[in-house]
Design a protein around this ligand. Structure first.
Ligand SMILES: CC(=O)N[C@H]1[C@@H](OP(=O)(O)OP(=O)(O)OC[C@H]2O[C@@H](n3ccc(=O)[nH]c3=O)[C@H](O)[C@@H]2O)O[C@H](CO)[C@@H](O)[C@@H]1O
Ligand SMILES: C=C(OP(=O)(O)O)C(=O)O
Length: 424
């Protein structure tokens, strides 16, 4: 099993190009199920989750061709499709649930394994199911599978007004894709406003869907009979960019992030500016400069839905808070168990106490390298940041979590001057 070996203490300097967003690419790969024509996606990141999604789609009968070396994929979901998402693939990637809406809309039935719980929380999919039921689907859950079909005599879902109980990102995406081919108008209330939802809507519109209001909490979709092929560039990964911003803030140095979208990172950049880092944005990317974490002020924050502070950046900013000066309180409101990195950061010398949904970080600690275990994707990223500033050697085990969502992270960090290598 691969590990990352990091010798801390190097400042980061230079330039890095931010990859396409995992959380945009995954729903967009599922959107190809909505048409029998060719869809071309550019800037798809090289990730384990993308490989899993590719295998899932290929198992259904989708043709997938790689275009060159720069993240191009050409996909075609011509008939006949096998509308099945088996447990073996779904259990390794929760985003597999995103095939449910498109399969139901296109094939009239779908059999998708329930994703189950994971390290960061229970993560039920009841809102996805309820929304599709409101659109006329008959859904049962048996033997660990969601069995969804249209009632006898119906060939399409029907538009509906759906208000989800909470803001759900993949729930909004599933219902958006289903609504694109439904009969009549769908209104999604309490919709997620994340940039990845907007990017998916832009792909769907390029495929002929009639969507308005994406990027707000109310999305209107006027269903159409068929969608067609399209070409789309996946938006830059704001979480990868935010992770590099926190890494540079912690180690000190100066780095330019090409292709990063500052307008998608306001909440994170505000915290880094308040901490004392310098962050400047222009049309081509973001430049960050920092004297190093020990010269910064720790910042309290609370995760919320976009445009609030993203839960997917909580662990990374907490790693910075461990070395920055002063106490801070980090409150996680989205997932009930997303502090798995805390005990590993403590192994590196951090001082953190958890009380319910809040972690209280003492700050101002000198970290010292140790063997630590990655427990989930962003927890892994926080351990890498901590390892980059710790004295001596840190070995991060179980980095298959990191590979799910970061495109060549150690190669990009090494190009910036980090002493980091992948070892077996
Ligand atoms: C592939 C992808 O895009 N993943 C992102 C997506 O996950 P994902 O879409 O799974 O997260 P949601 O936005 O759905 O989850 C928000 C909250 O709602 C709850 N919930 C959600 C759906 C549902 O049917 N019932 C329910 O109770 C969840 O357990 C969680 O507590 O958004 C999260 C929140 O920004 C991010 O951390 C993930 O990186
Ligand atoms: C939690 C995440 O992803 P997923 O929803 O794919 O598990 C993440 O990207 O941090």
């Amino acid at each position: 099993m691969d590990k990352l070996r990091i010798r801390g203490g190097q400042r980061l300097h230079g330039e890095v190009t931010i990859s396409g967003a995992k959380n945009a690419a995954l729903p967009e790969l599922c959107a190809v199920l909505l048409t029998e024509e060719v869809v071309t996606l550019r800037n798809v990141p090289r990730l384990r989750d993308v490989a899993t999604m590719r295998a899932l789609l290929q198992g259904m009968g989708v043709r997938v061709d790689t275009l060159g070396q720069r993240g191009g994929l050409q996909l075609q979901a011509a008939h006949p499709l096998q509308p099945l998402a088996p447990y073996e693939l779904v259990r390794t990637m929760r985003a597999s649930i995103l095939v449910l809406g498109p399969l139901l809309a296109r094939c009239g039935h779908a059999r998708v394994s329930l994703p189950g719980g994971c390290a960061i929380g229970a993560r039920p999919v009841d809102q996805h199911i309820r929304g599709l039921q409101a659109m006329g689907a008959e859904i049962t859950v048996e033997h660990g599978y969601i069995e969804a079909r249209l009632p006898p005599g119906r060939s399409r879902l029907r538009g509906a007004r759906i208000t989800t109980d909470m803001v759900t990102v993949t729930g909004t995406e599933n219902l958006l894709m289903a609504a694109a081919l439904a009969d009549g108008e769908t209104v999604l209330e309490n919709a997620a406003q994340e940039p990845e939802v907007v990017d998916l809507a832009e792909l769907l519109i390029a495929m002929g869907a009639r969507i308005e209001g994406h990027g707000t909490s109310r999305i209107h979709v006027q269903g159409v009979h068929a969608l067609h092929g399209a070409e789309h560039h996946v938006v830059a990964d704001r979480i990868e960019a935010g992770t590099f911003l926190c890494a540079v803030a912690a180690t000190g140095g100066q780095v330019r992030l090409h292709a990063a979208r500052a307008d998608h990172l306001d909440a994170v950049i505000d915290k880094l500016l308040a901490a004392g880092a310098q962050v400047q944005a222009d049309a081509g990317g973001i430049e960050v400069r920092s004297p190093g974490g020990a010269a910064l002020q720790a910042q309290s924050f609370r995760t919320t839905e976009y445009p609030g502070f993203p839960t997917d950046m909580q662990a990374q900013l907490m790693a910075l808070n461990c070395v920055a000066q002063g106490p801070s309180a980090v409150t996680e409101t989205i997932f009930e168990n997303r502090f798995m990195h805390v005990q590993e950061l403590v192994r590196l010398g951090a001082r953190i106490r958890i009380d319910g949904r809040t972690a209280f970080v003492e700050g101002g600690q000198r970290l010292s390298g140790a063997a630590v275990m990655a427990t989930d994707l962003r927890a892994s990223a926080s351990l890498v940041i901590a390892g980059l500033v710790a004295d001596g050697e840190t070995v991060v085990d179980r980095i298959y979590h990191l590979d799910r969502g970061y495109d060549q992270m150690e190669i990009k960090l090494r190009a910036l001057g980090a002493d980091i290598e992948r070892v077996a």
